[in-house]
Design a protein around this ligand. Sequence first.
Ligand code: APR
Length: 233
Amino acid sequence: MILSSIVILTGAGISKESGLDTFRDKNGIWAKVDHRELATPEGFEHDPARVHAFYNQRRRQLRDVQPNAAHHALARLEGAYKGALLLVTQNVDDLHESAGSRKLIHMHGELNAGLCGACGQRCRWKSDMSTHSQCPSCRTVGRMRPDIVWFGEMPYQMDRIYRALGQAELFIAIGTSGNVYPAAQFVEEAAHAGARTVEINLDASENTSHFDEVIRGPATQAVPDFVERLLGA
Ligand code: APR
């Protein structure tokens, strides 16, 4: 089967077997803390030190985890696939790029990046951030925030994502619960453009019914199998 264009959407489930928590599973991140306090502009305004501590802990955790077989399979697909391929991740970890993926959009931002509230510049940021951190561009102290797209904020590169969805012949969603928009709408955008849609997930997601094909199982088994199927086709 020769496909011209593939769009892949990943969520926290693809990184679970690398040791990073998901958000909405029973012992997920939002089961332990209130997302309104730690993942909104209002929460940051109210208690920036607490929000910095939350993201510093998650950024430090990246040093101790590795990409898993699912991340590596997607990087292999990108390298071997002759058509257009775009990987859109909701994840803010760096496991896709560590596995070798390059045609990648972090629509919800990245833990290893900072954003200056004074000049608007984004930058790479690998160490702890605090209310005393200085912007490397404008040198302002105290206005740095994690470069994470919080609830109520516009995700990154949406024009590029919608253009790719409009041309997709295959859309694959991996490890996402379909709870958060606009990502949860991508399957309908792709289907509207005539794409075949596939969900690879451990459990049923909120929008499972929108997919042509549903593959149930852990990402480290289901994703490499699917990639081999695709490359062998
Ligand atoms: N393999 C495949 N899927 C898995 C695995 C696994 N090993 N473990 C869990 N899953 C599935 C769960 O069944 C669930 O459907 O991954 C999904 C994770 O869902 P969420 O925790 O809601 O994560 P996600 O969909 O990425 O959340 C989207 O919400 O909080 C915001 O910005 C945050 O990017 C995040 C967005």
